[in-house]
Design a protein. Structure first.
Ligand code: BG6
Length: 474
């Protein structure tokens, strides 16, 4: 395990908890008046085309049944001492098709209940408004975020959420990993056109619509909930040059711009020069209205991000490899080990990315995803079923130590939510065997299992970390 060089600890009031997304935990895909979302037709993750409708092999249709078991699950989070819980609201529970005038009351009531439960345990909610869950109707009938009309539908959805939950929810995230739309237009942008048939023009127009929608949500939040904090959410993956060759360094800069652009726009309120240049040189002419420009000036209060891994970049096509990774992948770093799913593990990269974002944007940061997807084995220890997940403890410990280093470097960090604090369905592969949780859920890739919950060894470890505000880290 990495050792810390700093005695500093996390700030007082630091928010500790875990993160999830509706489509990966709730199940009940057709209950409570919910409409279909794109996830309901993505049974095998991001690598295969969508199906015509829900199919029995789609684990997300039942997921881990949080829809019916939320009280039990939140009680377990409370037992670990969570002070924050990140979850997303399923857009298609509130607006089943996405383009209706009035919301579905039953869907709103479900989240009232979730918030009641969190309040009961003194856990602060952190709400993602859109986490890879575009209503399917919007994908099929409007072309997803390629259509400007989605800005209005999203704004209406946000208004409903802010008016209903505004007094109870302080922290909001507009779009999960918004930069991933460049790589996975279906999951992130509700665009059914296969990526290889999608023009850069249409893709960047969709990006633009999401960015405007995000900015409008921020403005609306300030009108309706003056004390709310709105953040963007970026898939953070630091890119290192594969060699000291300046050509590798320049290639690295270009790749890094793909992600920076989203933070730059959210934090500075306008398109950066390097992106305008890319548009010019590739014949991309976006429709950007004066109103859009004004909307974009409503910048976020904080920057949240997911961090799992880093990657390398090279200017030499012969050396470029796209390995497995958190959606983006990249050329493997010869100095790092990878997880069972090929994601390169790099705790120090977290410190690097935190310093980098802080220096670039000067906005408080929030780590809203970090964790290790691994195969777990349920075993019996002293008569109790558990998972001895020392590998997960090691991963989280080492990342938290580096987060603490970044705090000691002067980075302002609001909180930390581990990804998949309870086992859930994987976004990229749609498996349940890729487990992240402190809580084991008895459900297998073939759909069998009792759905019963079990505390893993990491459950007690995290409780201790929270109780000591990070003091127990090694
Ligand atoms: C992030 C997503 O990309 O990584 C989550 O925001 C996802 O939805 C997480 O689950 C881990 O990825 P995966 O593919 O292992 O589920």
């Amino acid at each position: 395990m990495t050792t810390t060089t700093s005695p500093d600890t996390f700030p007082n009031g630091f928010l500790w908890g875990g993160a999830t997304a509706a489509n990966q935990i709730e199940g009940a895909y057709s209950e409570g008046g919910k409409g279909l979302s794109i996830q309901d037709v993505m049974p095998h993750g991001i690598k295969t085309p969508p199906t015509d409708g829900p199919t029995p092999d789609n684990l997300k249709l039942e997921a881990i049944d949080f829809y019916h078991r939320y009280a039990e699950d939140i009680a377990l989070f409370a037992e670990m001492g969570f002070t924050v819980f990140r979850f997303s609201i399923a857009w298609s529970r509130i607006f089943p098709c996405g383009d209706e005038e009035t919301p579905n009351e039953e869907g709103l009531v479900f989240y009232d209940r979730v918030l009641d439960e969190l309040e009961k345990h003194g856990i602060e909610p952190l709400v993602t408004i859109s986490h890879y869950e575009t209503p399917l109707h919007l994908a099929r009938n409007y072309g997803g975020w390629m259509s400007r009309e989605l800005i209005g539908f999203y704004e209406r959805y946000c208004r409903v959420l802010f008016e209903r939950y505004g007094e109870r929810v302080k922290y909001w995230l507009t779009f999960n990993e918004i930069n991933s739309v460049l790589h996975f237009p279906l999951m992130s942008g509700g665009i059914l056109t296969p990526k290889d048939q999608l023009s850069q023009q249409d893709l960047y127009q969709a990006v633009h619509h999401e960015l405007v929608a995000s900015a409008r949500a921020t403005r609306l939040a300030r009108e309706i909930m003056p004390t709310a904090q709105v953040g963007c959410m970026i898939l953070a993956m630091p890119v290192y040059p594969l060699t000291p060759d300046p050509a590798d360094v320049v290639a690295t800069m270009h790749t890094a711009h793909d992600s920076y652009a989203f933070g730059d726009i959210h934090c500075r309120g306008q398109y950066p020069g390097y992106l305008l240049r890319r548009f010019r040189e590739n014949g991309i002419e976006l429709e950007i209205t004066d109103q859009d420009r004004e909307d974009l000036t409503h910048t976020v209060d904080f920057v949240s991000f997911s961090y799992y891994m880093s990657s390398c970049e090279t200017g030499d096509p012969a050396r470029k490899v796209t390995s497995a990774g958190n959606l983006l992948g990249g050329t493997p770093n010869p100095t790092l080990q990878a997880s069972e799913w090929g994601w390169q593990i790099d705790p120090q990269g977290l410190r690097v990315v935190m310093n980098d974002y802080w220096e670039r944007w000067q906005k408080p940061l929030f780590i809203v995803e970090n964790g290790l997807g691994a195969v777990d084995e349920l075993v019996e220890v002293d008569g109790t079923k558990t998972v001895v997940d020392d590998y997960r403890i090691g991963y989280l410990n080492d990342h938290l130590v580096q987060a603490r280093e970044a705090v000691a470097d002067g980075v302002e960090l609001l909180g930390y939510t581990t990804w998949g604090c309870i086992d859930l369905v994987s976004a990229s592969t749609a498996q349940l065997s890729k487990r992240y949780g402190f809580i084991y859920v008895d459900r297998n890739d073939d759909g069998t299992g009792t759905l019963q919950r079990y505390r893993k060894k990491s459950f007690d470890w995290y409780r201790q970390v929270i109780a000591t505000n990070g003091g127990s880290l090694q």
